[in-house]
Write a protein that binds this ligand. Structure first.
Ligand code: WQD
Length: 337
């Protein structure tokens, strides 16, 4: 049975990926520092799959701790989620973001080099494209100067991995996520934003649950179908399965380059107002929202050209926006404080 290390495995996308890895028969070891997740997620994963993953609470910025882990544990692959990911916060705490997101990445890669480990899957983001000149966005779209420190850590992270793979004969795939949303159909795991949600869907579900008074829609003067910004919202379970597909590609040595990257989205763009309308259909009640000014750093539109991922990873999304919103709403109701 192949053993896979999942860093950030108690987080939103990490936990859903651990479930899919176990469903596929992999043994999973989780490293998480619990800075943006809770230990209770470990029990929930075990409830879903019946298998308790091994868990190590390690801060990946602690080089000694990371070395100690790899001196005692061999793995057949690593899926690296652990990172700070709040766009706005990253602008006020750049050094925390560079130290955490890039320092931990370097320490992990050093251990792969030293222990001759391989198969590294990196959690990247469509944010590396900024506002792409053409839509849908293909992998040929140029990487633009990042609009946020968070986005810059993803761009620099990819560069670090590319150079590392070339120099030390490692193999890696970066998955450039569009907008992950939803929750597991079991309603046992989902998105657990700490404090006021930055992302749209958790803010929508908390407004519908009465936890937030009303949703602010950041701008309706964009050059889009209804003036509100367009994104590609992908169900987190579909996204988790893309990681398994990427890992299998590396394990089977089907990759054509030592460092590859794929856009992972649905290929469909939805505006903020379209998301609100779809959500209102699910709950059967109007959502309380108001139109306000644009949010700094937001782009007009982004949705993926999924041709490459569909073909090379033999993967495609199966769940609709409505299913993801339904899952997010069920998860919110389960979590009402
Ligand atoms: C989506 C749309 C907002 C909140 C970011 C990161 C990306 C990834 C996902 C980490 C935008 C609008 C939002 C609200 C709103 N992060 N919105 N009211 O900004 O596309 O992507 O999060 O992995 O890397 O860049 O996602 O959910 O914040 O916003 O109107 O209260 O919803 O303006 O158009 P975004 P988002």
């Amino acid at each position: 049975m192949k053993r896979i290390l999942v860093t950030g495995g108690l987080g939103f996308i990490g936990s859903h990926t651990v479930v899919e890895l176990q469903n596929e028969g992999f043994e999973v070891v989780i490293i998480d520092d619990l800075s943006n997740s809770t230990i209770g997620v470990l029990d929930k994963i075990t409830e879903i799959t019946g298998i308790q993953p091994a868990f190590h609470q390690i801060d990946l910025k602690n080089k000694k701790e990371v070395k100690k882990f790899f001196d005692t544990t061999t793995v057949d692959g690593i899926i690296h989620f652990a990172a700070f990911k709040a766009v706005g916060e990253s602008m006020h705490k750049p050094l925390d973001y560079y130290e955490n997101n890039l320092g931990s990445l370097v320490y992990l890669l050093q251990q792969m080099r030293d222990h001759k480990l391989d198969n590294f899957i990196f959690s990247s983001s469509c944010t590396v494209y900024g506002q792409a000149d053409e839509l849908p966005i293909t992998e040929k779209a140029p990487v633009k100067t990042a609009e946020s420190v968070y986005g810059n850590t993803k761009q620099i992270g990819e560069e670090i991995i590319k150079d590392t793979c070339k120099a030390y004969n490692l193999n890696s795939i970066a998955l450039r996520y569009f907008n992950p949303i939803g929750a597991h159909p079991s309603v046992k795991i989902g998105e657990l934003p700490i404090g006021v949600p930055q992302n749209l869907i958790p803010y929508v579900t908390q407004t519908a649950a009465g936890i937030r008074k009303e949703l602010s829609v950041f701008g309706d003067d964009y050059d889009t179908k209804d003036g509100t910004a367009v994104r590609d919202y992908i169900h987190v379970v579909d996204l988790a399965k893309a990681h398994i597909a990427a890992l299998q590609r590396l394990i089977k040595k089907n990759n054509t380059k030592s460092f590859e990257f794929f856009n992972v989205g649905t290929g469909k763009g939805s505006s903020v107002l379209e998301v609100i309308k779809a959500f209102e259909k699910i709950t059967g009640k109007p959502l309380n929202y108001k139109i306000v000014g644009r949010r700094e750093g937001d782009i007009t539109a982004a949705f993926a050209d999924t041709t490459n991922a569909n073909k090379e990873l033999n993967w495609k999304t199966e769940k609709s926006l409505e299913e993801a919103l339904e899952a997010a709403w069920k998860w919110q109701q389960q979590n009402e404080i």
